[in-house]
Design a protein around this ligand. Structure first.
Ligand SMILES: [Zn+2]
Length: 311
């Protein structure tokens, strides 16, 4: 359980280190990837915050599909693990959102790979005026513009439709960013949710970097997922190093929505943001979740302040 409380701090430390050290931040030896089997053809390449976001690997008939690519520098490690699972080459990479810790190794694969992403992700990566962290558009400048996704979508996209490899992509609106993609592996009844479900801690809302995160929409977006996506049992989330369940996702929506509702009530009662933060009480049923007060990032303060600012 202690890990739950260290999670936000670990990411902050990581961001700080990477920010400070620039693009050479991932050096040998770096933390290693752990492989989690879901089915004979679907795996999660995990290990929490230290290696970047969790990857879903689908060994499809036509080649290997990756969902996310961890931090810059992890391309060789990813290939190393894939070689133990299959001889097939990587033919498709889907990204859940714009962040550097989910797309850092995209450009370490051949540019013949089919890159698939939500249209807002592509738009952010195509910017020429961004910082590499957290948007990662630095990776797509100059000659590397060839790595910008050529397959994009707005609301829904089915890949390999009608085959055992069918993958359904869904976009339901703003949350962690404005491109959060839910990737459903139909036959395995599994879904990669990116950073829309951070495990047992409050989410990070990326609202300060032009990436469109919204504390107001976050809970509504999760509700749309829960109401619209059928037949999912297993959840692969952005950074939690075990597989989670649909019920865990529903519970997380409840945890977040309760904070939103309490904040709304304080706002309607004329309380200040500071008073709303002080007034928030985590319900006993969410005792396993961390909802820390004080500071920015993954805190009650951050969420409440965004809601008060209409973000
Ligand atoms: Zn993220």
């Amino acid at each position: 359980m202690r890990r739950l409380y260290l999670l936000p701090l670990t990411l902050f430390a990581l961001v700080l280190v990477v920010w400070t050290a620039g693009v050479d931040a991932v050096q040998e030896p770096h933390p290693s990837i752990e492989v989690h089997r879901i089915t004979d053809t679907l795996y999660m390449l995990g290990s929490g915050m230290e290696t970047g976001g969790n990857i879903a690997v689908l060994i499809a008939e036509s080649g290997v599909v990756l969902v996310d690519t961890k931090l810059e520098g992890y391309g060789p490690d990813i290939l190393d693990h894939l070689r133990r699972l299959t001889d097939k080459p990587v033919t498709m990479i889907i990204n859940t959102h714009v962040h550097y810790d989910h797309s850092g190794a995209n450009t370490e694969f051949p540019d013949t790979v089919q890159f698939v992403a939500h249209e807002n992700i592509r738009r952010h990566w195509a910017r020429t005026d961004c910082q590499p962290i957290p948007t990662n558009c630095d990776d797509f400048q100059g000659e590397n513009r060839k790595y910008l996704p050529k397959t994009t979508f707005s609301d829904r996209l089915s890949l390999f439709a009608g085959t055992p490899d069918q993958i359904d992509l869904y976009y339901f609106g703003r949350g962690h960013t404005d491109g959060d993609t839910f990737v459903v592996f139909k036959e395995a009844r599994a879904m990669h949710v990116g950073d829309m479900f951070l495990g047992k801690t409050l989410p990070f809302i990326d609202a300060e970097n032009g990436n469109g995160g919204s504390a107001i929409e976050f809970g509504r977006t999760l509700t749309k997922v829960i109401d619209s996506v059928p037949n999912v049992d297993t959840i692969i989330n952005g950074h939690w190093n075990t597989l989670l369940t649909w019920d865990d996702l529903v519970d997380y929506r409840g945890f977040y929505t309760d904070l939103y509702t309490q904040t709304r009530r304080s706002l309607d009662a004329g309380l200040s943001a500071e008073e709303a933060i002080a007034a928030y009480e985590k319900p006993a049923r969410y005792s396993e979740y961390s909802a820390n007060k004080g500071g920015a990032g993954f805190t009650v303060d951050a969420i409440v302040n965004y809601i008060y600012r209409g973000i």
